[in-house]
Design a protein around this ligand. Sequence first.
Ligand SMILES: [Zn+2]
Length: 486
Amino acid sequence: MPDFEPVIGLEIHAQLLTATKIFCGCSTRFGAAPNTALCPVCLGLPGALPVLNRRAVELATRAALALGCEVHPRSIFARKHYFYPDLPKGYQISQYDRPLATRGTIGFTSAGRAVSVGITRVHMEEDAGKSLHDAGADSARWTHLDFNRSGVPLIEIVTEPDLRSAADAAEAFSRVREVLVALGVNDGNMEEGSLRCDANVSVRPAGASAFGVKTELKNLNSFRHVQRAIEFEIERHITARQDGTPIVQETRLFDPATNRTTLMRTKEEADDYRYFPEPDLPPLVLDGAWIERIRGTLPELPDARRRRFVEQYHLPEYDAGVLTQSMALADYFERVAAGAGNPKAASNWVMGALTAKLNETRGSIDAAPLSPDALAELIVLIDNRTVTGPIAKEVFDKMFASGRRPADIVAADGLAMIDDAAAIDRIVGEVLDGLAGPVAEYRAGKTKTFGFLVGQVMKATAGKADPARVNESIRRVLGNPAGKQP
Ligand SMILES: [Zn+2]
């Protein structure tokens, strides 16, 4: 039996973050009462005429440029016909043979290998309504329809069949999400369905160039589901090939409860949709200078920022990855690093104490109760030995709770480091006098007792003594333990 190679491509649907729908002025707000954001245009009632939303075009263009695509100065909207209860007009306005943008790429590293995935196309289209199968007490007998989502602007991002494993497919989806969120094009919310992924999966004997028959997995709404569903599907294809069972081109659904995919419908061919140019919309014509202006507004993308954090700040890859998970977090970190002049300490505080506090209080970095400047000031207080590490944590908690500046807290609460040698010697003397037992043990050669003695002195100063001076002082008082060289 030959080894089989999986061949995977993705189709990602992303809702554009516009206030209004793609062809009318109805609101796109998620969670509105069913059928309250509707008009004749988004319902496709006779005589209603669509008008293209300029902001949707801008956002789609941003995404296409960030994905390295060529944005075409002229693209065409087309009607894609199919019947479904949530599509009352019987067709979806999409783009077909003349999409907005083509030939992009997205790259990442997976298990040490560089993976490059071609982006076949990015096109604009409208979303359909929603069938609600479990809404209300009568849901056993009835399906309800909510048309609020009809006409919500989407882009569809289609990749080349360049992916060779389920894990890489999940990673590619994750990278596309990261780019869209960083651009402010999409909110990345897979639970609410504003970002969805379909996957086309086939297998072929390793080394073969012809593709096997593919199946499409619909509406995968988490990275985990993408990976699990594709893994199952690859195994199903390989088993069928080994058993000599034909694989049927069809659309399948993933059931997270069983980790299996099941038949949804046999696959339509493009011909079945009877595409033709939308007669109610002129071609979408984009000015070259306008496209370049949009390109000029693209932010630094997360992948580039991650690489810069490693190079510029000498952060470990891990830190760079965590800090660039959101633009806001990365911005915050950069301001702390700049203010403190100590990027690694800035990274540790932002990823550690600050993130923990935000998680605990369910707060967001945008609304963090302490400013990057204040956190930078705290790091400076540590670096210039105004406060000890344990005290810094206490100051941080007070800053987070009150929004006060660290220097004010240190002054008002008497938290400055005690680093006066004479004062520390005096405290060490007092503490050791009360610890005859452990002192004797240490002198008899039980060196582990040293840490305990340091801890007791630190405790006596409420964490404020300079630990290095405490160490020195104890060593001076006790000398070297029996049998140990200095
Ligand atoms: Zn409308």
